[in-house]
Write a protein that binds this ligand. Structure first.
Ligand SMILES: [Ca+2]
Ligand SMILES: [Ca+2]
Ligand SMILES: [Ca+2]
Ligand SMILES: [Ca+2]
Length: 470
């Protein structure tokens, strides 16, 4: 009805203009002069559901209301600017607008703009609303394309300043910086987030000119890629004026399609933030430790087992173990606790009876993973060689406590390696049985008077014999 009346008035105005116009142009002027009206309902979506319904109230009693505080502007098909304040009933009515495409501008209350406008014309739910761009036209303006026709046009335009943020931390509250990817959603659109400067672990989406993205009412979403080695342990949400620091009112979070969602209708004031509070935890460690023996490199008998076994594990080591077996039976177990270190060394010196042994060693991480068990064989020889003086005149000639000639028979189960006579080395073929024959002054470094013969086995054990040559 209202539009019809306005149209009638517009037609009367056109007729008045024609009084002064030349008669032949009358038909053409009548066609060109077709006009229409545009009625704009502008509202603050204080109960943030994207619809204009003042009967609904938020948790703290706020409700949608018309916004009449600023003028609305319309640039018509001819480029003419129409400037309107709200009528007494709170609506903006542009009349006598030439039919054709036009642009509607609704002023932001802040400059630079810190709100977002949306077109809710005909919307049944927040899913139907459409984000409007903000452009500059005598200030920051929510901007909508309209087409004026003779039937009259109506627009329902809402304004909101919802924020969506995330705080990412570990269970102990340590903030997590450098989350590889985090995004926030509203109005069916995803916005890439970044970390606040100066607030570790706090994230939000920013516009290309580094200003906060204001979100449309409806489902507000967040999804993120946890840093390598971590996963999401829990996501909760809260709302408030500064929820990153003071998350006061809990919000219900639902999870779907790999994202977390809250409803903007849980936000008590339409310029508050919904804050997702993300707790990360380390991924379970399923990787075995690596382990390597450093000592001994068991190619020959040794007098004692000096173990050094190194291990590494990215998730932290619990202990390194080396068990010593003889004939398949455990004779000694050694270990070192690693206390969660990512690398550790186990050392032990083990004295054992002579014989052949097998050592099995491995490492365990904090998660209980056990490295491959490795094995090496080792022979213990802790017994010094035997050296006995040979009898028989061909080998040995004794005169009292001294000798004109002396020969030795050498024996060692771990094999004789060499002798040193007065410090002069004589290498021998490694054998269980060996000899040093026909020693007299002038041979093998022997001298008149006291001589010292040291006999070594392969393991390094030594026997010393002192004798006197005449
Ligand atoms: Ca509403
Ligand atoms: Ca591991
Ligand atoms: Ca020996
Ligand atoms: Ca030798």
């Amino acid at each position: 009805m209202r539009n019809g009346r306005r149209y009638a008035l517009a037609a009367a105005g056109a007729a008045a203009v024609l009084v002064a116009a030349p008669l032949p142009a009358m038909a053409e002027e009548t066609a060109d002069a077709a006009t229409g009206t545009l009625t704009v309902t502008r509202f603050d979506d204080r109960y943030a559901d994207g619809l204009f319904d003042p009967s609904k109230t938020t948790a703290n009693g706020d409700a949608d209301r018309l916004n009449t505080s600023l003028a609305a502007q319309l640039v018509d098909v001819n480029g003419t600017r129409h400037y309107k304040s709200a009528d007494a009933d709170g609506l903006y009515r542009f009349t006598d607008v030439p039919v054709g495409p036009a642009t509607l501008y609704l002023g932001h209350p802040n400059y630079p703009a810190n709100e977002v406008f949306f077109d809710a014309t005909g919307a049944q739910s927040a899913a139907d609303i459409v984000r409007l761009p903000t452009t500059e036209y005598f200030g920051a303006q929510g901007t909508a394309d309209v087409v004026i026709d003779e039937d009259g046009e109506e627009r329902l335009i809402g304004m909101t300043a919802l924020g969506v943020v995330a705080k990412v931390s570990l269970a102990d509250g340590t903030p997590v910086s450098g989350v590889p990817a985090i995004e926030f959603a509203s109005g069916g659109e995803w916005f890439s987030g970044s970390e606040y400067a100066g607030l570790a672990g706090g994230y939000e989406a920013q516009t290309s000119d580094y200003r906060v993205v204001r979100h449309l009412p409806g489902d507000l979403g967040m999804r993120l890629t946890a840093p390598e080695g971590y996963r999401v342990a829990s996501v909760t949400a809260a709302t408030g004026s500064a929820p990153i620091s003071y998350p006061d009112i809990p919000m219900t979070v639902t999870e779907r399609d790999g994202a977390y969602w809250v409803s903007s209708t849980d936000v008590p004031l339409y310029f508050f933030d919904a804050a997702f509070l993300v707790t990360l935890e380390k991924l379970p460690d399923t990787t075995r430790p690596e382990v390597a023996v450093v000592s001994p490199v068991p190619t020959a008998p040794v007098p004692a087992l000096a173990l050094q076994i190194d291990a590494t594990d990215d998730g932290g080591l619990q202990r390194i173990v080396a068990n010593i077996y003889k004939g398949g039976k455990l004779v000694k177990s050694t270990q070192t606790a690693a206390g969660g270190a990512t690398s550790a060394t186990h050392t032990a010196t083990v004295n054992l009876p002579d014989g052949a042994y097998t050592v099995k060693y491995n490492a365990q991480d904090l998660a209980g993973n056990i490295s491959r068990t490795s094995t090496f064989d080792v022979t213990i020889d802790a017994t010094a060689p035997k050296a006995t003086i040979k009898n028989g005149r061909a080998f040995t000639l004794a005169k009292g406590d001294a000798y004109d000639l002396i020969s030795f028979k050498l024996q060692d189960a771990g094999k004789i390696d060499r002798v040193e006579l007065n410090g002069k080395v004589k290498d021998l073929t490694d054998n269980v049985w060996s000899d040093v024959n026909f020693v007299k002054p002038g041979t093998f470094g022997a001298v008149q008077g006291e001589n010292t013969l040291v006999v070594y086995d392969v393991a390094g054990n030594a026997t010393t014999v002192i004798f006197t040559l005449r």
